[in-house]
Design a binder for this molecule. Structure first.
Ligand SMILES: Cc1ncc(COP(=O)(O)O)c(C=O)c1O
Length: 604
């Protein structure tokens, strides 16, 4: 069984008792079921399997990096609602063509990088935004791929605060203005129209408005094609609701059955942007009772250590979240309102509850809380945000942990390749991503010119000394041994050490100059071994092309560099390194590195 269920009296997540997580990590605490996220993503993907589609998980529902990474690993793209969310998507390993950028009020500071990155589409919200995108793209001598967000004037029959498809709402371009705007956009040098988008609301439990919105897009696409506009896809947004109180709601297959017949004849591929549907049932908020206040004969408050800052939905829309004890007891149930600690009367998690309070101090978990829990969370008294933990299968999580729920053990990762192959860039990206996941990382670059031996290497490279190849390689090796005590300590501490060049560089450059590779390997046998070596493979010509001036004695010699490349390839083959073509877009390379890291090294 996956997700949240009771084992005896105790609520568990994927088999892990929630009380243990609260003990280990404190409260308030968000806990997510990875298995539930996987199964809910797959349910949507399978429901639409018979039709060309891509799922772009709506990061606004929950942009926790580990969750974004999990969804990326399943094949999802990302729907980002701000520059910050694009940043999260990139850090989670999505490449720009896997990101759509949606949202009212995109600033130039957000649009410009999105255009430069080449995201899949920017879902344009207004005539003004189309003009701004056009100008920014022309300045950059490029075309931005856009989808026009259409406001179809459809009532989603959801809560008014989360209905977005009526003409009285601020979202999208009124449907009757779209043809005219597209005609203008077709003539704009900075725009390439790729699709139509609509999102009529969230927590929609009646499929009819979703089917009507799809039909409106199909009809509009037909008219636009007649006008000469090329439309490649329809983006149906998100919106499908979930059950918070156990009442029946349509599932992903019912949704597919409602919209696919409407869309099929158009032949246009679909983008879906589910958020809540995937994440809401996958998370709970664990919170502890701090106080019980008998205010009057008929008013009792149970004060928790979490409130609207951790779960904003009850306060925003009077939303219902089930509240239940983590460990059930037979104590008498008492009537109460469940409130948070903030100086706001609206800081309420639930009204009119009957709760069993064993000792007056117990854990409660409002569920489901996965989506929207973190949305719009203001800081409470400058307190740090609550910690995130998610369970992985039935594994018990004990610190120290990454935010993936991975136990921290030391890792050494080496980037190898010719100069200009992107080693430094990729080492920095990986460091940033892993730090974001909560790992302690140390980035090292060899040779380290700061040390005495490093300065000798510098002289040898730039003509101050006339060392032969063997002496130079011994210096490089000694330079690494200088760092050995520190590397070993970091590994014991569970840190990740990321090296721009490591032992294999000496083997490659030494072998290329006629030295015995076995000797060079042997001389380094007491250095800590790399757990993963990544070869960024580029040709010597590419290397030379990327750095025209200021090359050292190795960088100038293309014949030598092609022998270095051969040695690298031989070593990579023999030792099963990750070999990547370093000519590609840096984000694509970074995504492959992260995938390899996750599959080969995590959990460690
Ligand atoms: C444009 C857009 N796409 C997708 C979503 C995700 O919606 P849901 O979480 O209801 O699936 C939203 C939610 O506000 C949205 O505004």
């Amino acid at each position: 069984m996956i997700g949240f269920f009771r084992q005896g009296q105790t609520l568990v997540c994927d088999g892990v008792p929630l009380a243990d997580l609260a003990d280990a990590h404190g409260t308030p605490l968000y806990v997510y079921s990875a298995a539930t996220i996987v199964s809910r993503y797959r349910a949507i993907d399978e429901a639409f399997a018979a039709y060309p589609h891509t799922i772009h998980y709506a990061l606004k529902a929950n942009s926790t990096l580990a969750i974004a990474r999990l969804l990326r690993s399943l094949g999802s793209g990302a729907d980002a609602n701000s520059g910050g969310e694009i940043d999260v998507a990139l850090r989670a390993g999505f490449i720009p063509p896997q990101i759509v950028f949606t949202g009212v009020g995109k600033t130039a500071a957000e649009l410009a990088p999105a255009i430069e990155l080449g995201v899949r589409t920017i879902n344009a919200e207004s005539a003004g935004e189309l003009e701004r995108i056009d100008a920014l793209a022309r300045e950059r001598q490029t075309r931005a791929r856009i989808a026009v967000r259409v406001n179809p004037d459809i009532d989603a029959k959801s809560h008014p605060h989360i209905s977005t498809g009526l003409k009285t709402n601020k979202f999208g371009i009124p449907i009757d203005q779209v043809r005219e705007l597209c005609a203008r956009a077709r003539r704009s040098e900075g725009l390439e129209i790729a699709g139509l988008h609509s999102h009529v609301g969230s927590q929609i439990t009646d499929l009819a408005p979703l089917a009507r919105a799809a039909a409106a897009l199909v009809q509009l696409a037909r008219e636009l094609r007649e006008d000469g506009t090329r439309i490649e896809h329809l983006d149906l947004g998100g919106g499908l609701g979930v059950s918070y109180n156990g009442s029946p709601v349509p599932d992903a297959s019912a949704y597919a059955e409602a919209v696919l017949p409407v869309v099929r004849a158009s032949g246009l591929s679909l983008i879906l942007e589910p958020g809540r549907q995937i994440i809401a049932p996958a998370g709970v908020l664990l919170t502890r009772v701090v106080d019980v206040k008998e205010q009057s004969a008929d008013k009792r408050f149970v004060v928790m250590d979490a409130g609207m800052t951790e779960l904003i939905r009850p306060m925003l829309y009077d939303a219902y979240h089930r509240i239940e004890p983590v460990v059930q007891s037979s104590a008498p149930a008492v009537a109460c309102d469940v409130v948070g600690p903030l100086c706001e009367t609206s800081d309420t998690l639930g009204r009119g509850w009957r709760i069993r309070l064993r000792d007056g101090l117990e854990l409660q978990s409002p569920a489901p809380a996965g989506g929207g829990a973190r949305r719009g969370r203001p800081r409470r008294r400058h307190s740090p945000p609550p910690d995130d933990r998610r369970t992985a299968g039935a594994r018990r999580l004990t610190p120290p942990m990454t935010d993936d729920g991975c136990r921290m053990t030391g890792l050494l990762i080496a980037f190898e390749g010719l100069d200009q192959s992107g080693k430094q860039t990729q080492a920095e990206i990986l460091t940033a991503v892993l730090q974001e996941r909560g790992r302690v990382c140390h980035l090292l670059s060899f040779p380290d010119y700061e040390t005495a031996i490093g300065q000798e290497i510098h002289r040898g490279l730039h003509g101050g000394r006339d060392y032969d190849a063997a002496v130079m390689q011994l210096l490089y090796i000694a330079n690494r041994y200088e760092k050995r005590p520190r590397i070993e300590q970091w590994l014991r501490d569970g840190a990740v050490i990321i090296c721009d060049r490591y032992a294999a560089s000496s083997v490659a450059y030494g072998e290329a100059q006629g030295l015995d590779p076995a000797w060079l390997e042997d001389a380094q046998r007491f250095l800590p071994k790399a757990h993963l070596t990544i070869l960024l493979d580029i040709s010597p010509e590419t290397a030379a092309g990327r750095k025209a001036a200021g090359r050292d004695r190795y960088e100038r010699d293309l014949v030598l560099l092609s022998r270095v490349r051969q040695s690298y390839r031989r070593q990579a083959q023999a030792a099963g390194w990750l070999q990547l073509n370093g000519d590609r877009d840096k984000h694509a390379v970074a995504a492959d590195i992260l995938t390899a890291f996750d599959s080969r090294l995590a959990p460690r």
